[in-house]
Write a protein that binds this ligand. Structure first.
Ligand code: ADP
Length: 149
């Protein structure tokens, strides 16, 4: 017997659940890609959020489903609109890193009211996008908690 209360045990377990063990593959597009092509990518890759990168593959922005819907209102020529003009851009992007606890990312998603964040490697030149954590990731991690012993 460890002498730990159930909530302390849960907290200890939660601290061991880190981003790098749960992240999925990030789907990225270049800044010059059109909103129309971004919609196609979103459907083909079956994701709700795209990460927008520059030519050096460093993070420049985030594109959500509603960003694309908003752009479609009053503009039927989405093939003429680059994603760079409709995305949420750096430095206003919420990110996480591989060693962060999943529960801390879950808190970011709820407080900032967003569906996902890119997992990044911070370098001198910029942020390399290496993964993605979404509400689905959080749901899976939550279910896993109930399956332990
Ligand atoms: P949706 O807009 O489809 O409901 P979100 O709730 O994820 O999807 O996005 C809400 C807004 O927040 C959008 O304008 C989107 O560009 C922006 N956003 C999404 N993810 C992030 C993030 N990680 N950092 C900053 N802004 C984000």
């Amino acid at each position: 017997y460890t002498g730990k209360t159930p909530s302390k045990l849960l907290n200890t377990k939660l601290k061991t659940m880190v981003v790098k063990d749960y992240q999925s593959i990030p789907i990225v597009v270049q800044e010059k890609v059109s909103a129309y092509d971004a919609i196609c990518t979103m459907f083909l890759e079956d994701v709700g959020t795209l990460f927008v990168v520059d030519q050096n593959a460093f993070l420049q922005g985030v594109l959500s489903r509603k960003d694309l819907l908003r752009a479609a209102i009053g503009n039927r020529q989405l093939d003429q609109v680059p994603v760079s003009v409709i995305m949420t851009r750096m430095p206003n992007i919420t990110v996480c890193e591989g060693e962060d606890a999943i529960v801390d990312v879950a808190r970011l998603l709820t407080t900032r009211q967003i569906d996902g964040v890119p997992v990044v490697n911070k370098t001198e030149e910029g942020l390399e996008v290496v993964g993605r954590i979404t509400k689905t990731t959080i749901a899976k991690a939550f279910v896993e908690l109930s399956e332990g012993d």
